[in-house]
Design a protein around this ligand. Structure first.
Ligand SMILES: NC(=O)c1ccc[n+]([C@@H]2O[C@H](COP(=O)([O-])OP(=O)(O)OC[C@H]3O[C@@H](n4cnc5c(N)ncnc54)[C@H](O)[C@@H]3O)[C@@H](O)[C@H]2O)c1
Length: 450
């Protein structure tokens, strides 16, 4: 795979063109048409479909789902966008294979339950199609290796659609890191701290949850996501926290994740929710949830840094991705919206607001596409991840988040489960780059293009 318009490593250059050596001025993307397929047109898939359908050069000749209601909503989105009606593949769980084989697609976007992502990505790459898969890309170590091997052998990319990498504050902090503001990085934190109880128990009768049912009686993610909390104890959703700090720490590009330990609390939140909303005699009170309410993972990196990840989805709490970035010169903490930089912050030991820093270091991508990103979802970051995928497919270039990133973020799921099952023992993280991390150069966020 080639990567045009590309990128040297950053070092501690100043903000501006010095830091973006191959800055592309203006939108150079040509009007080549791309044919995109969609597997999974549930709530997330529909949102991304709506975003993708805004691009005049994107044709969407085929969609695949197994739920008639979700398909009907997707067809309406395409109709409202003025796109021709696509072929619909809906003959059961394996029908996606027919779609990737028979449709001549350039790219496929996958937004199905987690357990399908790897299989669907593999089938697509083997059919000669670039992949954008929702998070996580895989659930087992073997699946991670399969994705790497298949991407390498087919020359097709597998991009995890980790939208938080494109969050505006996160990209500004990435610029601060690359500008040397924090000195040498020591420690980063991130996590998925989101009260999802109304998502895990959702009968579809109200817009935001309702009831205490899941599985076949559930709607959208309650149909499948809740079962993962019954079966598994680990960090089930590490990528929103790990993706952004991976770019800051040059993971797979001069650095790598070496090993982790994970520890889980007792499991209380989902059971308590059922009792509170369904009554103590509801049959689901007998369900034994394996997932600890709060799972904490610590990762050691090859260059010495540590990463702390938290998974916290079953308790009453406001949303937070728990970002903290700390180096030898200072620290940023998202939840405090505050920063402290030695010899720059006005008073020793006193936090200052991060606001002026976020403005000063605002990323060129955000400056360029601020208006287009408005209203695109999740504070604008969905615009960037969808655009990056479409542009990479269109130009047939490597995406800014590649297969090695996809699997190094996702492999935390099975390895954290293994650590917890073994009394928080230390688990080695495979080097999916097979040593290439030592010479690979950073690729994310180095242009104002994708
Ligand atoms: N990046 C983000 O911010 C973000 C946000 C929401 C969801 N997600 C991820 O997106 C994915 C989908 O989540 P969702 O909220 O849309 O869930 P959902 O349940 O609403 O949608 C999943 C869809 O997949 C379909 N499906 C299931 N098995 C299938 C199969 N074998 N073939 C074809 N279709 C199949 C279902 O019928 C459903 O319509 C998940 O991985 C989730 O974690 C990511």
């Amino acid at each position: 795979m080639k990567r045009k318009n590309f990128i040297k490593t950053t070092a501690a250059a100043g903000i501006g063109t010095a830091m973006f050596p191959n800055l592309i001025l203006g939108n150079t993307s040509n009007s080549t048409r791309v044919r995109m397929g969609f597997i999974g047109t549930g709530l997330r898939g529909q949102w991304v479909l709506w975003l993708a359908a805004k691009y005049p050069e994107v044709d969407i000749p085929a969609i695949c789902d197994i739920d008639d209601g979700m398909i009907a909503s997707a067809l309406k989105i395409l109709k409202d966008a003025g796109k021709p009606e696509p072929a619909v593949y809906k003959e059961g769980d394996e029908d996606f294979r027919r779609m990737v084989k028979h449709e001549k697609l350039d790219g496929v976007y996958i937004a199905t339950p987690w357990e399908w992502h790897a299989e669907m990505s593999l089938a697509s790459m083997n059919a000669g199609i670039h992949v954008g898969t929702e998070v996580p890309a895989a659930l087992t170590v073997d699946e991670c290796w399969d994705l790497v091997n298949t991407s390498e052998s087919t020359g097709k990319f597998c991009m995890i659609m980790e939208n938080v990498c494109f969050r505006r504050d996160v990209m500004a902090v990435l610029n601060m890191v690359r500008d040397g503001l924090f000195g040498e990085l020591l420690h980063c934190q991130g996590g998925y701290q989101h009260d999802l109880r109304h998502v895990k128990f959702n009968d579809g009768k109200q817009p935001y949850g309702g009831g205490v049912e899941f599985g076949t009686k559930g709607y959208s993610e309650a149909k499948w996501r809740t079962q993962h909390s019954v079966n598994r104890n680990g960090d089930l959703y590490p990528t929103h926290g790990l993706g952004p700090v991976s770019t800051m720490l040059d993971i797979n590009r001069g650095n790598r994740l070496l090993r982790l330990t994970s520890t889980a609390t007792q499991s209380r939140g989902l059971h308590n929710y059922i009792v509170k909303h369904g009554g103590k005699d509801h049959p689901n009170t007998k369900v034994n949830f394996k997932l600890g309410d709060i799972v904490t993972t610590v990762i050691k990196c090859a260059n010495g840094e540590t990463i702390l990840l938290s998974h916290d989805t079953n308790s009453p709490r406001p949303y937070s991705l728990n970002f903290r970035v700390q180096g030898t010169n200072g620290i940023w903490m998202r939840d405090n919206q505050s920063i402290y930089i030695e010899d720059r912050s006005p008073e020793p030991h006193i936090w200052e607001s991060d606001e002026t820093y976020l403005q000063e270091y605002d990323h060129p991508l955000w400056k360029k596409f601020e208006n287009e990103a408005a209203g695109s979802g999740h504070g604008g970051m969905d615009f960037f991840i969808v655009r990056a995928f479409i542009e990479a497919v269109k130009r047939d270039i490597a995406p800014p988040i590649d297969v090695y990133d996809s699997v190094s973020m996702s492999v935390i799921c099975p390895l954290s489960e293994k650590s917890i099952a073994n009394n928080s023992s230390s688990i080695e993280i495979p080097d999916f780059t097979r040593g290439k991390w030592k010479n690979n150069k950073p690729i994310f966020g180095l242009t104002d293009d994708i």
